[in-house]
Design a binder for this molecule. Structure first.
Ligand SMILES: [Zn+2]
Length: 406
């Protein structure tokens, strides 16, 4: 058996997101895909003669990030909705490109909360494309690790027909949810915006029946929530997390904190849309009306996250890349947005790392520790005080881990 090659990352700083202070003068020894030791550089101990040394001086080690809201089969950009109807083969190529973008941006985990369905050539069954990507990437330790929600489950008249599974009452909702789990989904994604913004598409009892069924099968339930009516039904129905939460109030966040629900923030969407006012000619982004509407929604969404944070709700960071207009290497933008919403930079980094791991219920994800996976990357600057440091990626440990010995 080949001995895993040893790599020593010498004399870096370490930002583990457990507090505001950076540790300097740290050496991390990696064997294959595991972290063997984390030591002060002044006390590395006796080093194996075959260990390869990476002089990491001036860089900062950061835990591999978790993009808690992603759509790996979709490319994003200003025509993001149209791209959902591209041919499945093309979308699978998009996923491979997104896998490269994620890794090189320091994102180790992608929680996929919706992909189009297509016939799977292995058995002829129609199911969410991201399930196929998950299987493919499982076999390659350098590819992103995934959790997959299958496809979107929504009331008719909300999403573009053909993209989602439509369910207009409780029994149809439960049947759709069961079918997603039968297909192999790790979690469920309910779309809690209804055809009318003031009305949720289902009752809290309908949602609760899905949550009980899913929990019984070891799966989590999350809910898209653009408006307050849907958020309330999600909270009363006992879902595990709300996505976006663009319109929360103090009662909603208090209940979320009590129920230990997660909020997955996606505030950078509004920054992306604002950028389209100068980079596109699309009226909803460039017109005065459109710009004002986006600015208003952004302000309300930032306020929701601020309320949630103050109430003690755990917040995980997501880009909504693909399902929205961001690209797969933009998670740093969301960390910046969380700082705007009142989180300290180190708390915002925790939202993109360790809290993302808690949301996935994976004790290894978003953390750095001896014996844990060598899932870290190195940037320049201090992301505990300056989120823009996350854009300056120098090196990604899991991409440099050789699979066999020398
Ligand atoms: Zn989304």
């Amino acid at each position: 058996m080949a001995i895993p090659r040893l790599i020593l990352y010498r004399d870096a700083a370490l930002a583990d997101a457990s507090g505001p202070s950076l540790q300097q003068g740290i050496s991390v020894l990696v064997a294959g895909q595991r972290i063997l030791a984390i030591r002060p550089t002044s006390n590395e101990g006796i080093l194996h003669p075959d260990a390869r040394i990476v002089d990491a001086g001036g860089s900062t080690i950061v835990p591999g990030m978790v993009d808690a809201h992603s759509h790996v089969t979709l490319p994003g950009g200003s025509h993001w909705i149209d791209r959902g109807f591209d041919a499945p083969d093309l979308l699978l190529q998009v996923a491979e490109h997104n896998g490269d973008l994620l890794s090189h941006a320091g994102v180790r985990w992608a929680r996929d909360v919706g992909s189009p369905q297509a016939i799977d050539p292995r058995d002829g069954r129609k199911r969410a494309l991201a399930l196929r990507v998950r299987e493919r990437w499982r076999a390659d330790p350098t590819r992103p690790k995934m959790r997959v929600a299958g496809t979107w489950i929504a009331h008719s008249g909300v999403l573009q027909p053909g993209l989602d599974i439509e369910a207009d009452d409780g029994p149809a909702l439960l049947a759709a949810a069961k079918a997603q789990l039968d297909d192999g989904a790790d979690l469920l994604k309910l779309y809690l915006d209804g055809p009318k913004k003031e009305e949720a598409p289902w009752s809290a009892e309908d949602v609760r029946a899905v949550v009980e069924m899913a929990h019984g099968r070891g799966a989590f339930v999350t809910a898209h929530s653009g408006f307050l009516a849907g958020a309330r039904v999600g909270i009363d129905g006992g879902v595990d997390s709300l996505e976006h939460g663009f319109e929360l109030d103090s009662d909603a966040v208090a209940a979320m904190a009590r129920q230990k629900m997660f909020l997955v923030s996606t505030l950078a969407i509004f920054r992306s849309w604002a950028s389209f006012s100068s980079t596109t000619t699309i009226p909803r982004f460039v017109s005065d009306d459109g710009k004002e509407r986006i600015a208003r929604r952004r302000e309300r969404a930032v306020e929701s996250v601020r309320l949630a944070h103050r109430a003690g709700v755990r917040i995980a960071a997501g880009t909504d890349f693909g399902g929205g207009s961001l690209r797969a290497n933009h998670l740093a933008w969301e960390v910046e947005s969380l700082v705007e919403a009142g989180l300290k930079p180190w708390e915002a980094l925790a939202s993109a790392t360790v809290l993302g791991g808690e949301l996935l219920d994976d004790p290894d994800a978003g953390r750095i520790f001896e014996g844990g996976p060598a899932d870290f990357f190195l940037v320049h600057g201090d992301p505990l005080t300056d989120p823009t440091a996350l854009w300056r990626v120098w090196r990604v440990a899991w991409l440099t881990v050789p699979r066999t010995g020398p």
